[in-house]
Design a protein around this ligand. Structure first.
Ligand code: GAL
Length: 731
């Protein structure tokens, strides 16, 4: 759940007990025409590929009956939507109380006036059609938006004079740190007093300011903060500002903002500097969509994506291509030290003035919502890969700078020589090499992607080449001091429109598949992790003689962060091999590439033996991998991304499954049909039975609202049945 760092006002999740129908029903339609659901919700659930975007394009009705008395003390009641795809109208007790255009930003609706004294009925008509008048639509778009109330909804009850926004600006953090914070109130009145407490991560009070209020905009300065700890990638220290508002000595509101002390700057020398230290950006783009559930991923999955990017893919930056993403995702980036380039919604097309105004509103919403996140280092203020439009982009830049003077702007472009109106020249470089920049500062915001779509079940040549393309580009960008870094396209395979992808409506551009399971390119990223954090040893081979063009097993490519790897084929010790530093001098951990192995193979030895790799660091054995030469499926394995879920009706675990050889290596060409059975208070989301492809895949398990023990059993003929257990815990 999104944490509220204070018991501020009365703010509660409003995700449960909604009613849904995929039709636009009259406001007074009977409840019997709906089915019960909880949020986040996708207006349609899908198979993991072959997704027809016309299936989610309709107007649906979401209803919620709830008990809430109209406040008699003047309090205001707001409904806050974190995201509704793509447009909506909100009716309370039959009266239109709000509407919103655009699927990626939070918005708020004031319910107060039309609340009844008892039972209230809310109806939200959600228009999930790909409307040309709303970004990103108007022309072609290479991703699906899906539909529904797909993020959290909150009910907020506040005093009429309340805190609307807190903007915390740490300054001079490397020399004489101080904090300027701007607090916006809904209204000003005499007799108001503000109390602001600065707290460190352990809740220790660092400083306090107590002062009377003179205006609805309050500026507070905490100066001479000598003992603060910086927010950094390895030590992402977070602080909090708790703000209390009193009127004539009674507390009337509380709110808080979480932030970090850090200095992030792209400099004219080409580098990106975090707290004065140059950091070469090494990242991936992320779409917010998932198999089966569209974009309706609850907190846990959002947080896990951030963790996957940081801990499994070694990224230091993620780009939220191509829209503002979930608060849960961004909060987790703050907590684990993953930098973010967040951008406005859109794709290659700029619409008319009304369309542009939606973009400007979303830009404002994004910055006002997200400017306290220490992880965010750059605002993307151009529509991704759109043509130049100086008048529009002068406005987006000016708005971003006015709302947040502390951050630089960028905006991904796809042609060199486009107008440079931002602070950082951000360029999608699909040259399959690295173009030398002509502008500074300069960041590569995409590469690879459609230049090399790769499926997990592709032949081994292609999977290796895909991995080595990412290897090559990062090696080149790291070796060019005029480039601040590169963000590859992309982290995860994603659903797309008919004009893109591989014919089954999937863009296989990820270094991981749509289930967030790695291709070999994913292991290249992983291998860049420091071995002090995790030792990585993964051979990019199916270990078979006949899958490549020309056949054979040469060369053997190994993604590893070991110093050297010993290769044994059966009992034959082939020798120890070191990383390929000559070809990839700029990488912390170049792959190991070994030629001449065919003589040890079935052709040379008449028998094809198992492969055994042993990784060494400083002469010590630290890792090993064995790959079987007999490619027969030996095991079915399943693994849950968590062992417990919350009994909130929306929490989800990913249950990944693999068909493997005897040593646990996925067999990409296994064609088993896997059947799942679930016992307990949860539901399976996904294809059941699942026709295996690629040796690895996943289904999801969603908790119901009762605590229970869940058993998921997976079966396939010829292999032992396996189980995984999950606890569903009441909050
Ligand atoms: C880019 C675009 C991305 C994605 C990518 C595929 O041109 O910005 O959204 O479509 O191509 O490689």
């Amino acid at each position: 759940m999104r944490k509220d760092y204070l018991p501020m006002r009365k703010q509660t999740l409003f995700n449960n007990d909604w009613l849904f129908t995929d039709k636009k029903l009259d406001l007074d339609a009977s409840d019997r025409e709906f089915s019960a659901i909880n949020l986040p919700h996708s207006n349609k659930y899908f198979n993991h590929h072959n997704i027809d975007n016309s299936d989610y394009q309709f107007i649906s009705s979401y209803r919620k009956n709830f008990d809430l008395q109209k406040p008699t003390d003047g309090s205001l009641v707001f409904l806050e939507f974190d995201g509704v795809m793509m447009a909506c109208e909100v009716y309370l007790n039959g009266i239109l109380v709000g509407s919103h255009l655009g699927g990626f930003m939070s918005f708020s609706v004031n319910l107060t006036e039309h609340l009844k004294d008892s039972q209230n009925t809310l109806m939200v008509y959600v228009d999930s059609r790909e409307r040309k008048d709303i970004p990103p639509y108007g022309h072609l778009v290479d991703y699906l938006t899906f539909g529904g109330i797909y993020r959290d909804v909150w009910l907020k009850i506040v005093h009429p004079i309340h805190i609307e926004n807190i903007f915390v600006k740490p300054k001079d953090v490397l020399t004489k740190p101080f904090l300027e914070s701007i607090i916006h109130l809904s209204r000003y009145q005499t007799g108001l007093v503000v109390n602001a407490v600065l707290l460190d991560e352990k809740d220790n009070q660092v400083r306090e300011i107590h002062t009377s209020v003179q205006d609805k905009k309050i500026t507070l300065v905490f100066d001479a903060l000598t003992i603060i700890q910086l927010w950094d990638l390895d030590n992402p220290q977070l602080y909090r500002l708790d703000v209390t508002l009193t009127l004539d000595e009674s507390e009337i509101d509380r709110s808080s903002a979480r932030f970090g002390f850090r200095e992030a700057e792209f400099r004219k020398d080409g580098g990106f500097y975090l707290n004065g230290n140059r950091i070469q950006i090494f990242g991936l783009n992320r779409h917010q969509t998932y198999p089966y559930i569209g974009a309706a991923a609850p907190a846990r999955l959002q947080q896990q994506d951030a963790e996957i990017l940081k801990y499994e893919l070694a990224c230091n930056v993620v780009r939220t291509s191509h829209y503002p993403q979930s608060p849960h995702f961004l909060n987790r980036c703050d907590e684990i030290g993953l930098l973010v380039f967040e951008e406005i919604a859109g794709w290659q097309h700029i619409g008319d003035e009304k369309w542009q105004n939606i973009v400007l509103d979303e830009l404002q919403g994004m910055i006002e919502r997200d400017r306290n996140h220490p992880s965010i280092i750059l605002w993307g203020v151009r529509i991704n890969e759109s043509p130049d439009h100086d008048e529009f982009y002068v406005r987006t830049n000016a708005l971003a700078h006015a709302l947040d003077p502390t951050r630089q702007t960028g905006g991904a472009r796809c042609f060199l020589g486009s107008s440079f109106l931002e602070d950082v020249y951000t360029y999608n470089d699909f040259s399959n090499t690295v173009i030398d920049p002509t502008q500074q500062p300069y960041l590569i915001t995409e590469f690879a992607g459609h230049m090399f779509p790769t499926k997990i079940w592709d032949g081994e040549d292609r999977l290796i080449e895909h991995a080595l393309l990412h290897t090559k580009i990062h090696n080149l960008q790291k070796g060019n001091t005029r480039i601040s870094g590169a963000i590859g396209w992309c982290a995860f395979d994603y659903a797309t429109h008919i004009e893109f992808g591989s014919g089954d409506r999937i863009c296989y551009h990820g270094v991981m598949d749509t289930f967030r399971l790695p291709k070999w390119a994913g292991y290249f990223y992983q291998s860049q992790i420091s071995p002090s954090k995790k030792v990585v040893l993964q051979a990019a081979t199916h270990w078979t003689m006949g899958d490549r063009s020309g056949s054979g097993i040469n060369p053997l490519t190994i993604f590893t962060n070991c110093d050297e790897v010993e290769v044994l084929i059966g009992d034959i010790n082939v020798g120890k091999f070191c990383p390929e530093k000559t070809t990839y001098p700029n990488l912390a951990h170049p792959p190991i590439i070994i030629y001449g192995l065919n003589e040890y193979s079935a052709w040379g030895q008449r028998v094809f033996y198992d492969l055994h790799l042993i990784g060494y660091i400083d002469g010590h054995q630290v890792a090993e991998q064995r790959i079987s030469s007999d490619k027969l499926p030996k095991k079915l394995e399943i693994k849950s991304s968590t062992d417990q879920l919350m009994a909130d009706g929306s929490d989800i675990a990913r249950v990944a499954f693999t068909i493997t050889d005897e040593f646990g290596n996925p067999l990409p060409y296994a064609r088993n049909i896997i059947t799942f059975k679930l016992e307990g208070e949860a539901d399976l989301i996904g294809e059941n039975p699942f026709p295996m492809i690629g040796g690895q895949a996943a289904i999801y398990v969603r908790a119901r609202r009762k605590s229970s023990l869940i058993t998921i059993t997976a079966q396939t003929p010829g292999l032992s049945e396996v189980k995984v257990f999950l606890k569903i815990m009441s909050q």
